[in-house]
Design a protein around this ligand. Structure first.
Ligand SMILES: *Cc1c(COP(=O)(O)O)cnc(C)c1O
Length: 354
Protein backbone atom coordinates (compact mmCIF):
# COMPACT_ATOMS: atom_id res chain seq x y z
CA UNK A 1 0.00 0.00 0.00
CA UNK A 2 1.12 3.54 -0.75
CA UNK A 3 1.48 5.76 2.33
CA UNK A 4 -1.96 7.00 3.38
CA UNK A 5 -1.00 10.64 2.87
CA UNK A 6 -0.33 9.90 -0.83
CA UNK A 7 -3.72 8.24 -1.27
CA UNK A 8 -5.84 10.83 0.53
CA UNK A 9 -6.98 13.91 -1.41
CA UNK A 10 -4.68 16.86 -0.63
CA UNK A 11 -7.61 19.14 0.32
CA UNK A 12 -8.89 16.53 2.78
CA UNK A 13 -5.39 16.04 4.21
CA UNK A 14 -5.21 19.80 4.80
CA UNK A 15 -8.78 20.17 6.07
CA UNK A 16 -9.38 21.58 9.51
CA UNK A 17 -12.64 19.90 10.54
CA UNK A 18 -15.67 21.68 11.99
CA UNK A 19 -15.56 21.50 15.74
CA UNK A 20 -18.95 21.14 17.40
CA UNK A 21 -19.85 22.01 20.97
CA UNK A 22 -19.97 18.32 21.80
CA UNK A 23 -16.51 17.82 20.30
CA UNK A 24 -15.01 20.51 22.46
CA UNK A 25 -16.58 19.37 25.72
CA UNK A 26 -17.23 15.72 26.31
CA UNK A 27 -16.83 15.13 30.02
CA UNK A 28 -19.70 13.24 31.61
CA UNK A 29 -19.81 14.95 35.03
CA UNK A 30 -21.14 18.37 34.02
CA UNK A 31 -24.84 18.88 34.72
CA UNK A 32 -25.59 22.23 33.13
CA UNK A 33 -25.10 22.50 29.38
CA UNK A 34 -25.25 26.06 28.08
CA UNK A 35 -22.80 25.53 25.24
CA UNK A 36 -24.77 24.34 22.18
CA UNK A 37 -27.79 26.65 21.99
CA UNK A 38 -30.10 23.71 22.67
CA UNK A 39 -33.56 24.06 24.17
CA UNK A 40 -33.39 23.00 27.87
CA UNK A 41 -36.88 21.44 27.63
CA UNK A 42 -38.05 18.22 25.93
CA UNK A 43 -35.34 15.86 27.22
CA UNK A 44 -33.77 13.70 25.94
CA UNK A 45 -34.39 14.74 22.33
CA UNK A 46 -33.36 18.35 23.00
CA UNK A 47 -29.66 17.43 23.21
CA UNK A 48 -27.25 16.93 20.31
CA UNK A 49 -26.12 13.31 20.15
CA UNK A 50 -22.56 12.10 20.71
CA UNK A 51 -20.81 12.93 17.40
CA UNK A 52 -18.55 9.87 17.75
CA UNK A 53 -21.19 7.44 19.11
CA UNK A 54 -18.80 6.24 21.82
CA UNK A 55 -21.24 4.21 23.91
CA UNK A 56 -22.46 2.28 20.87
CA UNK A 57 -18.94 1.65 19.53
CA UNK A 58 -17.94 0.29 22.94
CA UNK A 59 -20.69 -2.34 22.60
CA UNK A 60 -19.92 -3.20 18.96
CA UNK A 61 -16.13 -3.56 19.44
CA UNK A 62 -16.11 -6.74 21.59
CA UNK A 63 -18.79 -8.46 19.48
CA UNK A 64 -16.77 -7.83 16.31
CA UNK A 65 -13.36 -8.40 17.98
CA UNK A 66 -11.99 -5.00 16.94
CA UNK A 67 -11.01 -1.84 18.80
CA UNK A 68 -13.46 1.06 19.00
CA UNK A 69 -10.91 3.20 17.07
CA UNK A 70 -11.34 0.84 14.10
CA UNK A 71 -15.07 1.61 13.83
CA UNK A 72 -16.85 4.31 11.84
CA UNK A 73 -20.65 4.55 12.12
CA UNK A 74 -22.69 6.24 9.43
CA UNK A 75 -26.16 6.92 8.06
CA UNK A 76 -26.27 3.48 6.41
CA UNK A 77 -23.29 1.86 4.69
CA UNK A 78 -24.17 4.22 1.90
CA UNK A 79 -22.65 7.09 3.89
CA UNK A 80 -19.38 5.15 4.26
CA UNK A 81 -19.36 4.38 0.52
CA UNK A 82 -19.74 8.07 -0.25
CA UNK A 83 -17.06 9.02 2.29
CA UNK A 84 -14.40 6.78 0.73
CA UNK A 85 -14.87 8.64 -2.56
CA UNK A 86 -14.73 12.02 -0.86
CA UNK A 87 -11.66 11.06 1.17
CA UNK A 88 -9.54 9.42 -1.54
CA UNK A 89 -10.71 10.32 -5.06
CA UNK A 90 -9.89 13.58 -6.83
CA UNK A 91 -12.92 14.43 -9.03
CA UNK A 92 -12.19 14.25 -12.75
CA UNK A 93 -8.75 12.69 -12.13
CA UNK A 94 -8.91 9.47 -10.12
CA UNK A 95 -10.69 6.21 -10.91
CA UNK A 96 -11.94 3.12 -9.08
CA UNK A 97 -12.27 -0.53 -10.13
CA UNK A 98 -15.19 -2.78 -9.17
CA UNK A 99 -16.55 -6.21 -10.00
CA UNK A 100 -19.59 -6.38 -12.28
CA UNK A 101 -22.36 -7.15 -11.52
CA UNK A 102 -22.50 -5.83 -7.97
CA UNK A 103 -24.29 -3.40 -5.64
CA UNK A 104 -25.36 -0.30 -7.60
CA UNK A 105 -24.39 2.35 -5.04
CA UNK A 106 -20.65 2.18 -5.79
CA UNK A 107 -21.21 3.37 -9.34
CA UNK A 108 -23.78 6.01 -8.33
CA UNK A 109 -21.40 7.44 -5.74
CA UNK A 110 -18.56 7.37 -8.28
CA UNK A 111 -20.65 9.34 -10.76
CA UNK A 112 -21.84 11.86 -8.17
CA UNK A 113 -18.20 12.47 -7.28
CA UNK A 114 -17.10 12.58 -10.96
CA UNK A 115 -14.85 9.54 -10.58
CA UNK A 116 -14.27 7.14 -13.50
CA UNK A 117 -15.82 3.76 -12.55
CA UNK A 118 -14.15 0.73 -14.18
CA UNK A 119 -16.00 -2.58 -14.26
CA UNK A 120 -14.37 -6.01 -14.28
CA UNK A 121 -16.75 -8.69 -15.50
CA UNK A 122 -17.26 -11.69 -13.21
CA UNK A 123 -16.93 -15.17 -14.74
CA UNK A 124 -19.72 -17.73 -15.22
CA UNK A 125 -19.52 -18.68 -11.53
CA UNK A 126 -19.72 -14.98 -10.56
CA UNK A 127 -16.07 -15.09 -9.43
CA UNK A 128 -13.26 -12.60 -10.10
CA UNK A 129 -9.49 -12.71 -10.42
CA UNK A 130 -7.23 -10.29 -8.56
CA UNK A 131 -5.04 -10.10 -11.68
CA UNK A 132 -7.98 -8.82 -13.78
CA UNK A 133 -8.71 -6.08 -11.24
CA UNK A 134 -5.05 -5.06 -11.20
CA UNK A 135 -4.91 -5.09 -15.01
CA UNK A 136 -7.84 -2.63 -15.07
CA UNK A 137 -6.06 -0.24 -12.72
CA UNK A 138 -3.48 2.50 -13.27
CA UNK A 139 -1.57 5.00 -11.14
CA UNK A 140 -4.78 6.98 -10.51
CA UNK A 141 -6.79 4.01 -9.23
CA UNK A 142 -7.50 4.77 -5.58
CA UNK A 143 -10.18 2.22 -4.66
CA UNK A 144 -11.31 -1.30 -5.51
CA UNK A 145 -14.80 -2.46 -4.61
CA UNK A 146 -15.63 -6.07 -3.74
CA UNK A 147 -18.87 -7.33 -2.26
CA UNK A 148 -18.93 -10.73 -0.56
CA UNK A 149 -21.48 -12.28 -0.40
CA UNK A 150 -22.15 -10.33 -3.58
CA UNK A 151 -25.40 -8.57 -4.43
CA UNK A 152 -27.32 -9.50 -6.61
CA UNK A 153 -25.57 -12.85 -7.23
CA UNK A 154 -25.58 -14.06 -3.60
CA UNK A 155 -22.25 -15.92 -3.62
CA UNK A 156 -19.07 -15.36 -1.64
CA UNK A 157 -16.08 -14.20 -3.64
CA UNK A 158 -12.99 -16.41 -3.48
CA UNK A 159 -11.05 -15.59 -0.35
CA UNK A 160 -7.65 -16.27 -1.95
CA UNK A 161 -8.33 -13.71 -4.71
CA UNK A 162 -9.41 -11.05 -2.19
CA UNK A 163 -6.27 -11.67 -0.14
CA UNK A 164 -4.11 -11.45 -3.27
CA UNK A 165 -5.72 -8.12 -4.14
CA UNK A 166 -5.10 -6.82 -0.60
CA UNK A 167 -1.43 -7.78 -0.95
CA UNK A 168 -0.82 -6.44 -4.44
CA UNK A 169 -3.04 -3.36 -4.83
CA UNK A 170 -1.37 -0.14 -3.73
CA UNK A 171 -4.67 1.63 -2.94
CA UNK A 172 -7.69 0.88 -0.76
CA UNK A 173 -9.75 -2.34 -1.04
CA UNK A 174 -13.35 -2.13 0.15
CA UNK A 175 -14.96 -5.45 1.06
CA UNK A 176 -18.71 -4.96 1.49
CA UNK A 177 -19.98 -7.60 3.93
CA UNK A 178 -23.61 -6.48 4.18
CA UNK A 179 -24.63 -10.17 4.03
CA UNK A 180 -21.71 -11.74 5.90
CA UNK A 181 -23.96 -12.77 8.82
CA UNK A 182 -25.64 -15.29 6.51
CA UNK A 183 -22.39 -16.83 5.33
CA UNK A 184 -20.34 -19.57 6.98
CA UNK A 185 -17.10 -18.03 5.74
CA UNK A 186 -15.12 -15.97 8.23
CA UNK A 187 -15.42 -12.20 7.95
CA UNK A 188 -12.53 -10.15 6.59
CA UNK A 189 -12.52 -8.26 9.90
CA UNK A 190 -9.80 -10.60 11.09
CA UNK A 191 -7.58 -9.38 8.23
CA UNK A 192 -7.76 -5.73 9.35
CA UNK A 193 -4.59 -5.81 11.44
CA UNK A 194 -2.58 -7.39 8.60
CA UNK A 195 -3.87 -5.13 5.81
CA UNK A 196 -3.87 -1.35 6.43
CA UNK A 197 -5.50 -0.86 2.99
CA UNK A 198 -8.65 -2.85 3.91
CA UNK A 199 -12.05 -1.30 4.65
CA UNK A 200 -14.82 -3.74 5.65
CA UNK A 201 -18.41 -2.54 5.38
CA UNK A 202 -21.22 -4.03 7.43
CA UNK A 203 -24.71 -2.80 8.21
CA UNK A 204 -27.62 -2.99 10.65
CA UNK A 205 -29.99 -3.15 7.65
CA UNK A 206 -29.98 -6.89 6.91
CA UNK A 207 -29.37 -9.61 9.55
CA UNK A 208 -29.87 -7.08 12.37
CA UNK A 209 -33.34 -6.21 11.13
CA UNK A 210 -32.81 -2.44 11.40
CA UNK A 211 -33.00 -1.04 7.88
CA UNK A 212 -35.27 1.73 9.16
CA UNK A 213 -32.79 3.22 11.63
CA UNK A 214 -30.09 3.76 8.94
CA UNK A 215 -26.91 2.55 10.55
CA UNK A 216 -23.90 1.29 8.64
CA UNK A 217 -20.44 0.37 9.87
CA UNK A 218 -17.03 0.77 8.28
CA UNK A 219 -14.13 -1.08 9.91
CA UNK A 220 -10.61 0.06 9.02
CA UNK A 221 -7.30 1.20 10.48
CA UNK A 222 -7.56 3.97 13.10
CA UNK A 223 -5.82 6.27 10.57
CA UNK A 224 -8.55 5.76 7.96
CA UNK A 225 -11.30 6.07 10.59
CA UNK A 226 -9.83 9.42 11.68
CA UNK A 227 -10.11 10.66 8.08
CA UNK A 228 -13.79 9.63 7.94
CA UNK A 229 -14.48 11.35 11.24
CA UNK A 230 -12.88 14.50 9.92
CA UNK A 231 -15.14 14.80 6.86
CA UNK A 232 -18.47 13.30 8.02
CA UNK A 233 -21.39 15.50 9.08
CA UNK A 234 -20.80 16.39 12.74
CA UNK A 235 -23.92 14.59 14.03
CA UNK A 236 -24.29 11.99 11.26
CA UNK A 237 -25.93 9.32 13.45
CA UNK A 238 -28.95 10.69 15.27
CA UNK A 239 -29.80 10.07 18.92
CA UNK A 240 -32.80 7.80 18.26
CA UNK A 241 -30.68 5.58 16.00
CA UNK A 242 -27.90 5.35 18.57
CA UNK A 243 -30.42 4.47 21.29
CA UNK A 244 -32.13 1.81 19.20
CA UNK A 245 -28.80 0.26 18.16
CA UNK A 246 -27.64 0.14 21.79
CA UNK A 247 -30.92 -1.61 22.58
CA UNK A 248 -30.35 -4.07 19.70
CA UNK A 249 -26.90 -4.99 21.01
CA UNK A 250 -28.65 -6.46 24.03
CA UNK A 251 -30.77 -8.59 21.68
CA UNK A 252 -27.75 -10.10 20.00
CA UNK A 253 -29.01 -13.66 20.67
CA UNK A 254 -32.26 -12.85 18.89
CA UNK A 255 -30.38 -11.79 15.76
CA UNK A 256 -28.66 -15.19 15.78
CA UNK A 257 -32.07 -16.87 15.96
CA UNK A 258 -33.34 -14.83 13.00
CA UNK A 259 -30.28 -15.84 11.00
CA UNK A 260 -30.80 -19.53 11.81
CA UNK A 261 -34.49 -19.37 10.81
CA UNK A 262 -33.70 -17.52 7.60
CA UNK A 263 -31.02 -20.04 6.64
CA UNK A 264 -33.50 -22.90 7.22
CA UNK A 265 -36.12 -21.08 5.19
CA UNK A 266 -33.60 -20.40 2.44
CA UNK A 267 -32.94 -24.12 2.09
CA UNK A 268 -36.64 -24.97 2.10
CA UNK A 269 -37.65 -22.20 -0.31
CA UNK A 270 -34.91 -23.07 -2.80
CA UNK A 271 -35.94 -26.74 -2.73
CA UNK A 272 -39.54 -25.80 -3.50
CA UNK A 273 -38.50 -23.26 -6.11
CA UNK A 274 -36.35 -25.78 -8.00
CA UNK A 275 -39.44 -27.91 -8.62
CA UNK A 276 -41.20 -25.12 -10.52
CA UNK A 277 -41.25 -25.42 -14.28
CA UNK A 278 -40.58 -21.69 -14.66
CA UNK A 279 -37.28 -22.06 -12.76
CA UNK A 280 -34.29 -22.67 -15.00
CA UNK A 281 -31.50 -22.30 -12.48
CA UNK A 282 -30.81 -21.24 -8.91
CA UNK A 283 -27.37 -19.79 -8.28
CA UNK A 284 -25.48 -20.77 -5.12
CA UNK A 285 -26.09 -18.27 -2.32
CA UNK A 286 -24.47 -17.28 0.96
CA UNK A 287 -26.93 -14.45 1.62
CA UNK A 288 -30.55 -13.93 2.76
CA UNK A 289 -31.67 -13.98 -0.88
CA UNK A 290 -31.10 -16.05 -3.96
CA UNK A 291 -30.77 -15.28 -7.64
CA UNK A 292 -32.75 -17.47 -10.00
CA UNK A 293 -32.86 -17.66 -13.77
CA UNK A 294 -36.45 -18.14 -14.89
CA UNK A 295 -38.19 -18.66 -18.23
CA UNK A 296 -39.35 -15.03 -18.47
CA UNK A 297 -38.37 -12.67 -15.65
CA UNK A 298 -40.63 -9.79 -16.69
CA UNK A 299 -43.75 -11.94 -17.04
CA UNK A 300 -43.19 -13.71 -13.73
CA UNK A 301 -42.35 -10.44 -11.99
CA UNK A 302 -45.57 -8.84 -13.29
CA UNK A 303 -47.60 -11.93 -12.35
CA UNK A 304 -46.25 -11.83 -8.79
CA UNK A 305 -46.98 -8.09 -8.54
CA UNK A 306 -50.58 -8.83 -9.51
CA UNK A 307 -50.67 -11.22 -6.52
CA UNK A 308 -49.26 -8.55 -4.21
CA UNK A 309 -45.79 -10.15 -4.03
CA UNK A 310 -42.77 -8.04 -4.94
CA UNK A 311 -39.45 -9.62 -5.88
CA UNK A 312 -36.56 -7.89 -7.64
CA UNK A 313 -36.34 -8.18 -11.42
CA UNK A 314 -32.63 -8.16 -12.26
CA UNK A 315 -33.00 -8.98 -15.96
CA UNK A 316 -31.25 -5.79 -17.08
CA UNK A 317 -28.19 -6.37 -14.87
CA UNK A 318 -24.94 -7.70 -16.44
CA UNK A 319 -24.92 -11.55 -16.59
CA UNK A 320 -28.42 -11.63 -15.04
CA UNK A 321 -30.72 -11.89 -18.07
CA UNK A 322 -34.10 -13.28 -16.98
CA UNK A 323 -33.01 -13.38 -13.36
CA UNK A 324 -35.10 -12.59 -10.30
CA UNK A 325 -33.59 -11.83 -6.92
CA UNK A 326 -35.74 -13.21 -4.15
CA UNK A 327 -35.35 -12.23 -0.50
CA UNK A 328 -36.07 -14.93 2.09
CA UNK A 329 -39.16 -13.94 4.07
CA UNK A 330 -41.02 -15.55 6.95
CA UNK A 331 -42.26 -19.11 6.50
CA UNK A 332 -45.84 -17.98 5.69
CA UNK A 333 -44.53 -15.35 3.25
CA UNK A 334 -42.38 -17.92 1.47
CA UNK A 335 -45.31 -20.35 1.35
CA UNK A 336 -47.50 -17.66 -0.22
CA UNK A 337 -44.84 -17.04 -2.86
CA UNK A 338 -44.58 -20.74 -3.74
CA UNK A 339 -48.37 -21.19 -3.78
CA UNK A 340 -48.76 -18.20 -6.08
CA UNK A 341 -46.06 -19.51 -8.42
CA UNK A 342 -47.65 -22.96 -8.53
CA UNK A 343 -50.71 -21.22 -10.00
CA UNK A 344 -48.64 -19.43 -12.67
CA UNK A 345 -49.95 -20.85 -15.99
CA UNK A 346 -46.64 -22.37 -17.06
CA UNK A 347 -46.27 -24.20 -13.75
CA UNK A 348 -49.90 -25.37 -13.74
CA UNK A 349 -49.28 -27.15 -17.06
CA UNK A 350 -46.58 -29.05 -15.27
CA UNK A 351 -49.00 -30.05 -12.53
CA UNK A 352 -51.62 -31.30 -15.00
CA UNK A 353 -49.09 -33.46 -16.78
CA UNK A 354 -47.98 -35.40 -13.72
C1 LIG B 1 -28.26 -3.70 1.50
C2 LIG B 1 -26.84 -3.44 1.19
C3 LIG B 1 -26.11 -2.50 1.92
C4 LIG B 1 -26.77 -1.77 3.04
O1 LIG B 1 -26.83 -0.44 2.87
P1 LIG B 1 -27.34 0.46 4.10
O2 LIG B 1 -27.10 1.83 3.57
O3 LIG B 1 -26.48 0.13 5.28
O4 LIG B 1 -28.77 0.13 4.32
C5 LIG B 1 -24.78 -2.33 1.64
N1 LIG B 1 -24.17 -3.04 0.69
C6 LIG B 1 -24.83 -3.97 -0.01
C7 LIG B 1 -24.12 -4.78 -1.02
C8 LIG B 1 -26.19 -4.18 0.20
O5 LIG B 1 -26.85 -5.09 -0.53
Amino acid sequence: MKPLNELIRPNIQALKPYSSARDEYNGADASIFLDANENPYNTPNNRYPDPLQRELKKLIAPIKHVNAEQIFLGNGSDEAIDLVFRAFCRPGIDNVVAIDPTYGMYQVCAEINDINYRKVLLDGDFQFKASDMLAASDENTKLMFLCSPNNPTGNNLKRAEILELLDKFQGIVIVDEAYADFSEEPSFLKELDKHPNLIVLQTFSKAWGCAAIRLGIAFASPEIIRIFNKIKYPYNVNFLTQQEAIHMMQRHYEVQQWITSLLNERKRLIKEFEKLKCCRHIYPTNANFFLTKVTDAKKIYDYLVSKGIIVRNRTNVTLCKDCLRITIGTRPENDTLIEALKKYPENKENEDNV
